[in-house]
Design a protein around this ligand. Structure first.
Ligand SMILES: NC(=O)c1ccc[n+]([C@@H]2O[C@H](COP(=O)([O-])OP(=O)(O)OC[C@H]3O[C@@H](n4cnc5c(N)ncnc54)[C@H](OP(=O)(O)O)[C@@H]3O)[C@@H](O)[C@H]2O)c1
Length: 251
């Protein structure tokens, strides 16, 4: 069971983390990102081990987020490192569609995200890249090696997904945050120190501290001693571009 304790120091106007997430639109789905990290901001050791940084209540919380979205998206680095299921198992609820960002066709055909359990599986890749059997494919042209997150969201919105969880890893979440496309960020901090390893975020460098993101936030102490920082990034969320502003392959 999740226990939330209002710490009384943050913004009281922020909705509770378990209020229903707002429903986005086809052009602009609602996007929540999550990071499960150590006290020193790491989401994995240098060898890529991340199971499990967080305690049981934090993992319950992650599953509860999955149960409240239409699709969960991860980068291929996470699939290769963790071979996750991305299902809802720890709390009641239905599993969301699974979306894997795999621009070079690295997804193993026996990856557990491809399990045929009645949930849609979608691979977002570049035109011409090989795609493992067992998933639908959306091919989007990359720009300088990066598939634009805005085009990814538009494609997922066209599939009918209105609430999307960007679950990891660092490169994937960072690309969405740098693009200004995350509405809400849940950072689950566990009381351990790795001292080395993968940083949770790797955003475009800033200069003065005044350029730092300072989202409205609430902290919640969970029953396992982990702390949830529920951050509202909607003030920096960039509006959808009109169709006319999109490249031909995005329209
Ligand atoms: N603690 C947590 O909350 C948590 C959650 C998830 C993952 N993790 C950990 O994070 C690590 C993986 O993170 P990561 O940053 O290395 O990998 P990642 O974000 O899972 O995947 C990165 C890869 O996905 C592709 N990709 C992502 N965004 C792209 C874009 N916009 N355009 C084109 N390709 C894109 C690229 O594939 P190519 O390399 O093929 O170009 C990229 O190298 C693992 O160790 C995992 O255990 C931790």
């Amino acid at each position: 069971m999740l226990v939330y304790v209002w710490n009384g120091t943050a913004d009281e106007t922020l909705s509770h983390p378990f209020d229903p997430f707002p429903c986005g639109t086809a052009e602009q789905p609602f996007v929540i990102a999550q990071l499960g990290q150590s006290l020193d901001g790491r989401i994995a050791t240098p060898t890529g081990d991340s199971k499990y940084i967080n305690g049981g209540a934090a993992l319950d919380h992650l599953h509860a987020i999955r149960a409240r979205v239409d699709a969960v998206l991860v980068g291929i680095g996470t699939v290769v490192a963790d071979d996750p299921l991305l299902t809802v198992r720890r709390v009641p609820g239905r599993s969301p569609a699974r979306v894997i960002l795999d621009p070079s066709g690295r997804l193993p055909c026996d990856a557990r995200v491809l399990a045929d359990d009645g949930v849609p599986r979608i691979v977002i890749t570049r035109p011409g890249a090989p795609v493992a059997q067992g998933a639908d494919c959306i091919a989007i042209e990359a720009d300088g090696g990066v598939i634009p997150p805005r085009a990814i969201l538009r494609a997922l919105g066209a599939c009918g997904f209105r609430r999307i969880l960007v679950e990891g890893g660092a490169r994937t979440i960072s690309a969405f945050m740098d693009a200004g496309l995350v509405d809400r960020l849940h950072v689950l901090v566990a009381p351990l120190i790795l001292g080395s390893g993968r940083n949770g975020l790797d955003l475009a460098p800033i200069g003065p501290l005044s350029q730092a993101l300072r989202p409205r936030a609430r902290a919640h102490l969970l029953a396992d001693g982990n702390v949830l920082f529920d951050c509202d990034l909607s003030a920096g969320r960039l509006p959808s571009e009109p169709l006319s502003a999109l490249a031909p392959w995005e329209a």
